[in-house]
Write a protein that binds this ligand. Structure first.
Ligand code: NAI
Length: 252
């Protein structure tokens, strides 16, 4: 049990990577608040964790909303007595070029993928600092490091996640708060199928292409979860500001 006495918030906790990570954190002893826009799906994940004998609550929230983020932090502190782990993982993608992207879509992608992490830091850092520190893990993307095609707002937003992670690590390291990003390659979740549909491509062909990398397969959500568990745990106590890539061997 590497995460005994940890209280964790997982955003996007009802999705592929979020659900696997919420379960993995709980199985290592953390009490977990499963946060998602889809409140019913978040409750189902929390129930699954409780049924396995671990501790979880669900909180419906839009991570782009400051009022919702404040409520997430307050609810978690009220339920568990504190927060010392946050996995900022909720994210959306729009598979469009700059020419095809509306200002509203650009702002929504940045609201969900970037403003959410700023808002969470604004409201959770004081709680963590008062308790002596904590670990924040942000979901970036391989495309936040090297770019990608037909996803201009997403690539820009994930680049922002990687650099905001470094900035937060610099600001809050002295308070005992570590901040790292985990940067997946293609992972077998609903997001990839959504991308195929946005691009008007066959899902199976799209997934087969996603497997074209040195390890010759897509990632599974539990493989991202394992990296997050390590970054959340005291085993990574001297790691901060890093961009951990978990992508089966990136291809340009
Ligand atoms: P997913 O679509 O399975 O899960 C995303 C979850 O976020 C969903 O449950 C959704 O309801 C929730 N969500 C969306 N907007 C929200 C909002 N405004 N407030 C609260 N919750 C919201 O996708 P997946 O693959 O699990 O993605 C998780 C993270 O991993 C995202 O940040 C994504 O960009 C990132 N990622 C995923 C990759 C992949 O290949 N699946 C590759 C690289 C990064």
């Amino acid at each position: 049990m590497r995460l005994e006495h940890k209280q964790a918030i997982v955003t996007g906790g009802a999705g592929g990577i979020g659900r696997a990570t919420a379960k993995a954190l709980a199985a290592e002893g953390a009490a977990v608040a499963v946060v998602d826009l889809n409140g019913e799906a978040a409750e189902a994940v929390a129930a699954e964790i409780r049924d396995a004998g671990f501790t979880a609550i669900a909180v419906q929230a839009d991570v782009a909303s400051e009022a919702d983020i404040e409520r997430v932090v307050e609810t978690t502190v009220a339920a568990f007595g504190g927060v010392n782990v946050v996995f900022n993982n909720a994210g959306i993608i729009r598979r469009t070029t700059a020419v095809e992207t509306s200002v509203e879509e650009w702002d929504r992608v940045f609201g969900v993928n970037v403003r959410s992490i700023f808002l969470m830091a604004k409201h959770v850092v004081p709680v963590m600092a008062a308790a002596g520190g904590g670990s924040i893990v942000n979901t970036g993307s391989g495309w936040g490091l090297k770019g990608g095609g037909q996803a201009i707002s997403y690539c820009a937003s994930k680049g922002a996640v990687v650099n905001m992670t470094r900035a937060l690590a610099i600001d809050h390291g002295p308070q005992g708060i570590r901040v790292n990003s985990v940067n997946p390659g293609d992972v077998n979740t609903g997001m990839l199928r959504d991308e195929a549909s946005q691009l008007g491509q066959d899902a199976d062909a799209f997934l087969a292409e996603a497997a074209d990398r040195p390890l010759r397969r897509m990632g599974e959500p539990r493989e991202i979860a394992a990296a997050v568990v390590w970054l959340a745990s005291d085993e990574s106590s001297y790691v901060t500001g890093s961009a951990l890539v978990v992508d089966g061997g990136g291809i340009a």
